[in-house]
Write a protein of this length. Structure first.
Length: 142
């Protein structure tokens, strides 16, 4: 697996100026680095080094699978742009993903898509420094 610096460089090189600014505003380098650590270490080792002992031992196997999916999507540059949202994450999965990175939900706005799916626009706030980010999650309804 590439390291977070290599992945971030490739992502930034693929973005136009506007998307690069959105990426930086939404702290994607920080979040992407945390996602890389999680994927490389696994949940138990990650928890050992985490200040809040996350992911919680009470989170289900399904929760951890969604977190892993979310981390992989972050490495692909998903989530921080409306036109490139997270996919196949439940609302709970998305919230737990950001809790893993020490963010809490501040505000959520759902928009119904023509397909019948919902696009969630969620503002998260970092619990330590108060910094805010906005991410998008496409919630599919069958």
């Amino acid at each position: 697996m590439k390291n977070s610096k290599e992945i971030m460089t490739e992502l930034m090189d693929s973005l136009n100026k506007e998307d690069s600014e959105i990426c930086l505003k939404n702290r994607v380098p920080y979040i992407l680095t945390k996602a890389c650590f999680y994927l490389n270490l696994g949940s138990d080792k990650y928890r050992e080094g985490d200040a809040f002992n996350l992911p919680s031992e009470n989170w289900s196997k399904s929760d951890l699978e969604e977190i892993e999916s979310g981390c992989n999507q972050i490495l692909l540059g998903k989530g921080f742009r409306k036109d490139h949202p997270f996919e196949n994450l439940s609302i709970r999965g998305c919230y737990l993903l950001f809790e893993l990175f020490h963010f809490k939900s501040n505000n959520q706005k759902a928009t119904k898509m023509n397909s019948g799916n919902m696009l969630d626009e969620i503002e998260f706030e970092h619990v330590m420094d108060g910094g805010k980010v906005t991410f998008y999650n496409l919630v599919k309804y069958n």
